[in-house]
Design a protein around this ligand. Structure first.
Ligand SMILES: C=CC1=C(C)c2cc3[nH]c(cc4nc(cc5[nH]c(cc1n2)c(C)c5CCC(=O)O)C(CCC(=O)O)=C4C)c(C)c3C=C
Ligand SMILES: [Fe+2]
Ligand SMILES: [Fe+2]
Length: 338
């Protein structure tokens, strides 16, 4: 029997510094997130990052936490409920880090008699730190605990017409009746090195070209796994759908960690300089995220807004993610049942 496993990133169990530290430890010790050799990763994560970051992150999580728990998890659960109501197939939810774990999700499907699992990583654009790590862990768990199960997955859907339509219509809907100068498409960043590592041609991607994006515009087999290309492609298709003019939109990358260069331009730098360039009314959409989370609710809708207004901005609209919107649920159900 076929079943479906929706997989999102995950959140800490609570906003306590201890739980945030445990979550960040699991997340950042993933070799596909901090991709240094294990000895160096251990020093970086356990010796440096986990000494200071959990306290700071816990404070940020406290600002966005809901009575029911982490927004990312609550919104994923709402999505699951709605999808499950529209399909006969058993559907389970899992998080790559924290709980419900991928092992728990697979066990739930297994207990319902599922033998063929369709894994749905809830990430529109492919990245080593998101899609790959889900699929690798799921396969390890399959071999160890569920050897009789078979897996398929839905690849990155950054360019799928039905997804683009739902995303573009959502932007249109949230900006109805509002005056705006520009829409900033702010994607979660990744280190430039990750783009190079995911380049299956080993020669195509040039992640540090943040002005012309020539590689992203030039056809290549690398694009199947190129996060940067896929971010630009999502944007391009939404822009075409909404008939936006070049001065009406821009692409930037948020949420970088200190250290190596990450994809540029950086969102916070754009927010700081837009008002002096005459962009006073800004809308920000975050299409790397399917569910609202710390990075959209705190980093953009709170911190980003404050930064922009302090720099002289007049209006700031953070457009919500697709979350559990009926239109998005319908698209997911179509893919699941195809
Ligand atoms: C598009 C999806 C994501 C990519 C790509 C990604 C890469 C990536 N992230 C970090 C480090 C952190 N990310 C954090 C939070 C976070 N990241 C994503 C998604 C992607 N990350 C989401 C949805 C969230 C929010 C989770 C939530 O509970 O709401 C955090 C934790 C928060 C903080 O301390 O800032 C870290 C750290 C790296 C290093 C990376 C790529 C290599
Ligand atoms: Fe992240
Ligand atoms: Fe590219």
């Amino acid at each position: 029997m076929k079943g479906v496993l929706l997989v999102n990133l995950g959140s800490p169990a609570s906003t306590s510094t201890k739980d945030v530290k445990e979550y960040l430890g699991e997340f950042l010790m993933d070799e596909r997130v901090i991709d240094a050799p294990k000895w160096l990763r251990t020093i970086l994560v356990k010796g440096i990052i986990l000494n200071t970051r959990p306290k700071k992150s816990a404070k940020a999580y406290k600002k966005i936490w809901w009575d029911e728990g982490s927004p990312l998890i609550v919104l994923s659960e709402r999505l699951l409920d709605k999808v499950q109501k529209k399909t006969e197939l058993p559907v389970a939810l899992a998080m790559r880090y924290g709980t419900p774990s991928i092992k728990m999700g697979l066990q739930e499907l297994h207990d319902k008699g599922v033998t063929d699992v369709l894994i749905v990583p809830l990430y529109p654009q492919h990245a080593m730190a998101t899609t790959d790590t889900i699929l690798v862990l799921a396969e390890e768990l399959r071999q160890e605990f569920f050897p009789e199960m078979k897996f398929k997955h839905i690849p990155a859907f950054y360019h799928k017409k039905d997804y683009i339509q739902v995303l573009a219509e959502s932007i249109k809907h949230h900006l109805e009746g509002k005056e705006w100068d520009k829409i900033l498409f702010s994607y979660h960043g990744i280190p430039e090195r990750h783009v190079r590592k995911s380049d299956i041609t080993k020669s195509h991607c040039n992640p540090s070209d943040s002005v012309n994006f020539e590689c992203c515009k030039t056809n290549s087999a690398a694009h199947e796994f190129c996060y940067k290309h896929q971010c630009y492609e999502t944007t391009k298709q939404v822009v075409e759908y909404l008939d936006l003019q070049p001065h009406q939109y821009f692409v930037s990358f948020q949420s970088r960690l200190a250290g190596d260069p990450w994809l540029q331009p950086y969102t916070d730098k754009m927010l700081e300089k837009y008002p002096e360039e005459g962009v006073k009314k800004l809308a920000v959409v975050t299409p790397a995220f399917v569910s609202d989370c710390l990075e959209t609710l705190e980093e953009i809708a709170m911190e980003g807004k404050e930064e922009f207004l302090e720099a002289g901005g007049e209006a700031f609209y953070a457009i919500p993610c697709l979350n559990d919107s009926d239109e998005w649920v319908d698209v997911l159900v179509d893919w699941i049942e195809a």
